[in-house]
Design a protein around this ligand. Structure first.
Ligand code: MN
Length: 263
């Protein structure tokens, strides 16, 4: 089959509904939950804010527009390698230099919704990933690995989303050996429905925040605050996620889309 035919067939399948586009993006607004850093790190990312320039009024009689106050790592967003100190010197490590071919890639969806419902501190281990592979096939290089936790249902409440108490945040994520395994597999990156890619208690891991430290350290990526992972098959879907081309950007909100076969 020629590549021209592949794209023509895809266009036909999109029109007929045999291929569906699923939105993996949370709404972006003033109530979008943002990460809360421990008090010893004084500076935090601000909440999203839209400032009005005009609204068909004396400031612009025929037009409406605004400007945004927005952290790079807000809402459904992409972590570029330069976000982490381990990735600060890897090539093509900022939002404007990441090769565009990496913005379209297959995904493996690992369903841990039941485990997370039973234990919000659930850690995805190497063994979990290998059990998934035994059922669905080996994860190929360049594949996004997405942790389905159904956590996105909490996304409307910062309190429920961060799920913090005096011991910190209780949210799921990958263990160190899991991330090491994903690094060996040379995956495209790791994606989570939580506020960040790492587990709520990952500051205490060795190394701390392994999804950031290890994956960004090899020039790979992260996706946080994804939604609707329960609407994806374990394999066979294609992700389209592109950060804004911010010069030197360490990350960016994205519109994350999945192209999903439905026959
Ligand atoms: Mn981030």
């Amino acid at each position: 089959m020629t590549s021209q035919q592949i794209l023509a067939d895809m266009a036909t399948a999109l029109v007929s509904g045999k291929i569906e586009i699923v939105d993996l993006t949370a709404p972006l607004g003033p109530d979008t939950p943002i990460l809360h850093l421990p008090p010893d790190f004084a500076k935090n990312t601000p909440k999203f804010k839209m400032h009005e320039i005009s609204a068909y009024d004396q400031n612009g009689p025929w037009w409406a527009w605004g400007w945004m106050e927005l952290g790079e790592h807000t809402g459904t967003h992409f972590d570029a390698p330069s976000h982490w100190i381990s990735g600060k010197d890897v090539p093509e490590n900022t939002t404007d230099t990441v090769p565009v071919k990496n913005f379209v890639a297959p995904c493996a969806v690992i369903d841990c919704a039941a485990e997370v419902a039973a234990d919000p501190d659930f850690l995805l281990t190497k063994e979990h990933v290998q059990a998934w592979e035994a059922k669905h096939g080996d994860i190929q290089p360049g594949t996004w690995v997405l942790l389905r936790s159904d956590w996105y249902h909490r996304n409307t409440s910062t309190e429920a989303f961060l799920n913090a108490d005096e011991n910190g945040s209780h949210t799921p994520g990958p263990s160190v050996d899991c991330v090491q395994y994903l690094v060996e597999k040379n995956v495209m990156g790791f994606g989570s429905e939580c506020v960040g890619t790492d587990a709520g208690n990952a500051a205490g891991f060795t190394p701390p925040f392994p999804a950031h430290s290890l994956l960004l350290g090899i020039g790979r990526y992260g996706l946080a605050s994804l939604t609707n992972l329960d609407k994806l098959p374990p394999t066979g879907a294609m992700l389209v996620v592109a950060p804004l081309k911010i010069i030197g950007g360490t990350g960016s909100p994205v519109r994350a889309l999945a192209i999903v076969p439905r026959d």
